[in-house]
Design a protein around this ligand. Structure first.
Ligand SMILES: [Zn+2]
Length: 524
């Protein structure tokens, strides 16, 4: 059991208010907040001086991919190193993704991922992807919700010929999620359009990473977001759109909300700060390192996303942390750019490779092995370690967000939507003692050379931020202190998430009241 810890003199920031208060942590939970915290502290309790600093709920990153398997290799960060990097950045919980192969039973995939995650250093949960449909999938969704504490399902509308959901699967799965009180989530990109545009660009000779954003323009995302939102509207189920990257999708969400629909949007730290000029970088590796989907957008979209967060039309921030290294990214470089032939993946091996899909690769037809092919660059970037600091720096320091609004979009809203509030995302008696002591004057220059993440690239390289975590507390234990990370594999816990969060209770009531009735007619 962890020692009791008293944190004195900080400004406690919750999503609804900020006030100076002491906080006492005992046995991994918050035991007292305010004037009596010091009085209640047991003898021998550790003391942390928080004067001049904010005390925030630990960050929740609701979108990560640790240890994502790919062609016998995996992303650089596994569940230990990825969650450890998160702790160094003030993030104390993640929700990762179980991604079954088409035809793979959901429960088999779920058990596989639970095994991989056992070494996590911070608390975690899972969204489970529905990549195909059958009666078995329907049954497994029930088991996951009712017995395993999964309350959200992911649907990829992109990645044709791999894990893409057609409308039939979307409709079945959304309906089932509604019955179970679980949140459907979507990766909104029209996979048919992406596939067609990729082929056209390659034929045109645009084979480098600059083809990536051209194959996935904002309209491709907006179409899918609108379609998913419309399906959810007809079925009367809430919906959560992951990584909203462009103004068009943000507007689709705002319009639906104005019509009274329960629609939620997630924004990635990278999409708030980086534009699509990175794909025209003359160095292949640098351009390829930014390949992720949806891509970084032209200038202007970033400001639209900030406005979505400011107005409350977008709700959570995440990273899609998915760290493929330069050698893995080089699969899209082709031999002509110097990939050693013995290390170069075989085209036919790639094309049907089952994990091509999960690694966000788009299987295409085998072609001569000479030219770069942007469709073969594994999609993914890092960011779990930087998310809190870059959003504070660009959000709070600029006056776009108050500290309380920062807490809402970095932890509290995710906890509410995925129904683990106030255990997570809140500094209150009884909550988990997951906290970050935030030094608003602390400076740092972000770099791959100094990051804890095992990724070999940093999309925020060279960016200076003001406002960084000085200490991170997980389960009442100081796990990060002024650059010193003290974590062991396996200290993280699986956090079950109950079904039928508040949204579903309201939705159910609404459906009962508005249920259609037949006309009673006299028999002839
Ligand atoms: Zn993702």
């Amino acid at each position: 059991m962890t020692q009791a810890l008293l944190i004195r003199g900080g400004i406690v920031v919750n999503a609804d208010r900020a006030e100076r208060a002491d906080v006492l942590c005992v046995a991994g939970r918050i035991a007292a907040v305010g004037a009596d915290a010091a009085a209640q502290a047991p003898a021998g309790a550790g003391v942390l001086d928080a004067s001049g600093q904010y005390l925030l709920p630990g960050g929740i990153d609701p979108h990560t991919h640790m240890q994502l398997p790919f062609m016998g290799a995996t992303t650089m960060d596994d569940f230990f190193t990825g969650t450890a990097a998160g702790l160094a950045g003030g993030t104390t919980s993640i929700i990762d993704f179980v991604i079954p192969d088409p035809q793979e039973p959901l429960l088999d995939a779920y058990r596989k991922w639970r095994g991989w995650a056992a070494k996590a250093a911070a608390d975690y949960g899972f969204h489970v992807a529905v990549t195909w449909w059958s009666e078995q999938v329907r049954a497994d969704m029930g088991t996951l919700v009712q017995q395993e504490g999964v309350n959200s399902f992911k649907h990829f509308m992109a990645y044709k010929n791999a894990i893409m959901c057609d409308d039939e699967t979307l409709v079945h799965s959304f309906q089932r999620a509604l019955e179970l009180g679980a949140m459907p989530t979507v990766h909104a990109e029209n996979g048919e359009l992406v596939f067609l545009l990729q082929q056209q660009l390659l034929q045109r000779g645009i084979t480098g990473p600059e083809g990536h954003p051209l194959s996935r323009p904002p309209a491709v995302e907006a179409e899918a977001a609108q379609r998913a939102i419309a399906i959810a509207d007809v079925l009367g189920v809430p919906i959560y759109v992951v990584h909203v990257s462009c103004a068009e999708s943000a507007e689709a969400i705002a319009r639906a909300r104005a019509r009274g629909q329960r629609v939620y949007g997630e924004v990635l730290a990278g999409h708030l700060l980086i534009d699509d000029s990175v794909y025209r970088h003359p160095d292949f590796a640098t351009a390829a390192a930014h390949v992720m989907s949806p891509p970084f957008r032209p200038q202007g979209h970033q400001e639209a996303l900030w406005r979505g967060l400011q107005s409350g039309q977008l709700h959570t921030t995440a990273t899609d942390h998915c760290t493929f290294c330069a050698a893995q990214k080089a699969q899209g470089a082709g031999r002509a750019l110097g990939v050693e032939s013995e290390n170069a993946p075989q085209r036919d091996q790639l094309a049907g490779e089952k994990w091509a899909a999960a690694a966000h690769l788009q299987p295409t037809n085998p072609k001569p092995d000479q030219l770069p092919d942007f469709t073969r660059i594994p999609n993914g970037t890092g960011g779990i370690e930087e998310r809190m600091a870059v959003i504070w720096d660009a959000g709070v320091n600029t006056g776009r967000l108050t500290p309380s609004e920062f807490v809402a979009i970095t932890s509290a809203n995710a906890a509410r939507l995925f129904n683990i509030y106030p255990r997570k995302g809140c500094i209150a008696v009884g909550a988990d003692a997951d906290l970050v002591l935030w030094d608003p004057q602390g400076h740092k220059t972000l770099s791959a050379r100094t990051q804890f993440s095992k990724g070999d690239f940093n999309i925020f390289e060279g960016r200076s931020v003001r406002g960084i975590p000085s200490h991170t507390i997980s389960q009442g234990e100081v796990v990060y202190a002024q650059g010193d990370l003290r974590v062991e594999p396996g200290r993280g816990r699986y956090v079950p998430r109950p079904a039928f969060g508040p949204d579903f209770q309201a939705t159910q009531r609404r459906a009962e009241l508005l249920a259609p009735t037949p006309v009673q007619r006299q028999k002839l």
